[in-house]
Each structure stands twice: as C-alpha cells, then as structure tokens.
Design a binder for this molecule. Structure first.
Ligand SMILES: Nc1ncnc2c1ncn2[C@@H]1O[C@H](COP(=O)(O)OP(=O)(O)O)[C@@H](O)[C@H]1O
Ligand SMILES: [Mg+2]
Length: 372
C-alpha cells in the first residue's frame, strides 16, 4: 500500500487552487492518484490581486482576512479531492500546503517571503496533519527560499543517460538543471517572467485572465526594440542564486520600460511571449550548455506559441513535457509540495543549497498536527 499525501498550491498566476493526491511507493517515487483544479472565485481573486499589488503598503486587516478565507478554501479543496478519490482524512499521512505567495522579497537586509492560507484551519477542518511555510526556513539559512521544487525534480526527472533541464512556466518561470549521472550538483533559479506579464496585458486589453493558446500574441509581431529594452533589465544577467515574483515583474515594470516605443497592444503581447521564451532559453544556454532534453511543466506548457518559440530557440535540444517522465505538467508543482511534506515528516531536508544559496540543507516547514 502506498502512503498518501496531498499537495496544495495556488501559484503566482492566481488562476486556480491545484490539489493533488500522491501515493509514495517504497522506492520514494510518487504516483499521482487524483487531482483537482478549483477556480478561485472573484470575491477572493480581486482582493488578493489588490493585496499583492499594494505589496508593502497592504494593511494587516486585508492580509489576515485573506489568510482565513484562503485557509478555508484550501481545506474545502482537500475535502473535495478526498471525495473524488473515495478516501477519508485518516487515510492521508499529511497535506503539504504551499499557500498563496503575497510577498517575496529575498534580497536586502530583511529577506522575507509570505505565503497565506492559514494551515491551522486546513488541519482543523480536514483533520489531516498539515505542513506549511516551506520557504522561510531556507531563507533563515541564508537562501532565496525559492525555487523549492528542484529537489522534487531531481527525484523524479533525473536521468543517468542524458542532461536534462526542467522548465516550470507558471506566473514566474524557473529552471532546474539536472546533469546526467549523480556527480554534479543540481542547480536552478527563477529565470524571470513566465505567464504573468502576458496575463496582465491580456487582462488590460481584452479583460480576459489569460491569452488562451497565445491567440492575442499570434495577431501581433515582436517589437525587437522593446524586447531588447526589456531584456536589458539586470535581473536576466544576474548570476544565481536568484528568485523573483510579481512584486518585480508586473505592469509597472513593463510600462516603465516602454520609453518612447510605440506598439499596438497585440505587438506588445507578442513581445511579452517572446520575452519569456528568450529569457528562459538564454538562461538554459548559459547555465546548462550541454542540455540534451527539456521537460516543460506549468500552465505555460499549454501556450502553443510560447512552446514553438522555445523549441525553435533550443535548436537541437529535444523538447518534451514532463508527461514523458510520468507526471502531467499541470500537477508537478502541487505534487512537489506533497512530496516535500513527506520529506519534512521523515525529518529529511527539502531544499537544495546549490539552488537557493542556503548555508545548509534544512527540514522545511512547520507541522500542524491533525486533531486528537
Ligand atoms: N491554453 C492556454 N493558453 C495560454 N496560456 C495558458 C493556457 N493554459 C494555461 N495558461 C497559462 O498558465 C497560467 C497558469 O499556470 P500555472 O502553472 O498554474 O501558474 P501558477 O503556478 O503561477 O499558478 C495561466 O495564468 C495562463 O497564463
Ligand atoms: Mg496555477
């Protein structure tokens, strides 16, 4: 019998709560048994966007209210998943809840990262032990607190015979470099924007939450002058470890970079799609020049224009998604947090210092025990 864990995440895109049930087999490999994407209704999405936009100026009232609302919503998503899978709370070893990032500031004198969705509520409502707050222990050890998924990528996507890179395209894009064999360290970092700028631009001009299938971008042409201007941001050339978020890559960042450039909205959209493709592929070429295969996951893997541009820019690199290694690209991140909860309960570390820059490996997160 596998041991069951549940992973919960609401990413930077705020498109949905992703909930997955994994079974951990004896070999330490996870298998996805059931999954669920619960849309985040407008009554939470709108104040959440407002909170994130305000960043350091948000009020404690806004923050604590959304912490409770999201905690309840996460617990409800778990209950729905259990029903779908025909399991009950006591059959689940633990939930790994990433939460919703509302503030991520890894640099400077007071580095911090805040994820909300109160784990006390999740544990109390579901009756399942909940592990949460995964990032801050790594930060306490001097790390970026991100990306946190590379240890999981290593466990499931590593190959003995080929050099691989996993590319996760959520709101922000991150890469995990997996050299073949087991001798070289795994590296990885946030490369910059994934879908977030494309989403924001589509919302502004079409009032839609995403550029479905890249249709808006397809109508435009890339403005090379604007692209160069955007790529000149020093985040892209900065060495790792590095991580970023919507606090940095947002509409203000984009508008600030326009300068005198005039473009049609669809040309800007095409340029933003190209920005994601070029910044990810440049990061791979620079930090992992021997890459033989790319495995893509995250919502951006559904954008055919983005995928075809990355594929083209990759030249001879074999281009795949994570399904080829057994995990559906939509569920990789949530599965990673279920897996990390397992690591924490076992007393094993979940961060990779070679990725985050932490001084040491750490057992991540706080444990909120199931009721008595
Ligand atoms: N069919 C599609 N066409 C274009 N973009 C898509 C499509 N499906 C998903 N996406 C993009 O993926 C995003 C969600 O990706 P996800 O991996 O869930 O990100 P996050 O981890 O930030 O929540 C959406 O906001 C959207 O930009
Ligand atoms: Mg999402």
């Amino acid at each position: 019998m596998p041991e069951y864990y549940i992973g919960l995440i609401s990413g930077t895109s705020i498109d949905a709560i992703d909930t997955v049930l994994i079974g951990m087999k004896g070999d330490g490999k996870p298998e996805i048994i059931s999954s669920l994407a619960s849309p985040i209704e407008e009554s939470i999405r709108v104040p959440l966007h407002a909170l994130i936009k305000q960043g350091a100026d948000a009020t404690l009232g806004q923050l604590s209210k959304l912490d409770v609302m999201l905690g309840r919503l996460f617990a409800g998503a778990v209950q729905q998943l259990l029903k779908q899978a025909g399991l009950t709370g006591p059959q689940i070893k633990a939930i790994g809840s990433h939460g919703q990032t509302v503030f991520h500031q890894p640099e400077g004198g007071t580095p911090t990262s805040i994820q909300i969705g109160d784990p006390n509520l999740i544990a109390e409502i579901t009756g399942i032990t909940t592990v949460a707050d995964f990032r801050r222990r790594d930060m306490a050890a001097g790390g970026q607190g991100a990306p946190m998924v590379p240890a999981f990528h290593q466990a499931v996507f590593h190959s003995d015979s080929e050099d691989r890179v996993v590319v996760n395209i959520g709101g922000i894009a991150n890469i995990t470099v997996l050299p073949k064999g087991g001798n070289q360290p795994v590296t990885g970092f946030d490369t910059g924007p994934g879908n977030t700028l494309m989403d924001l631009w589509t919302l502004k001009f079409l009032n839609q939450t995403m550029d479905r299938d890249g249709q808006f971008a397809e109508k435009g042409v890339v403005n090379n002058e604007l692209l160069e201007q955007l790529l000149a941001d020093n985040y892209f050339s900065r060495p790792a470890p590095k991580s970023t978020g919507r606090e940095y890559f947002n509409l203000s960042w984009l508008l600030k970079n326009f300068g005198p450039t005039k473009t049609r909205p669809e040309d800007t959209q095409a340029t933003l799609c190209e920005l994601t493709a070029v910044s990810v592929m440049q990061a791979i070429k620079k930090s992992a020049p021997d890459t033989q295969r790319i495995l893509v996951c995250g919502g951006g893997s559904h954008n055919p224009l983005l995928m075809s541009r990355m594929h083209k820019l990759g030249g001879d690199i074999i281009f795949d998604n994570t399904s080829m290694a057994g995990i559906d690209p939509d569920w990789v991140e949530a599965a990673a947090f279920a897996w990390l909860a397992c690591k924490t309960l076992e007393g094993n570390s979940g961060n990779l210092p070679s990725v985050t820059g932490a001084r040491s490996e750490c057992v991540l997160g706080g444990i909120y025990q199931a009721g008595l």
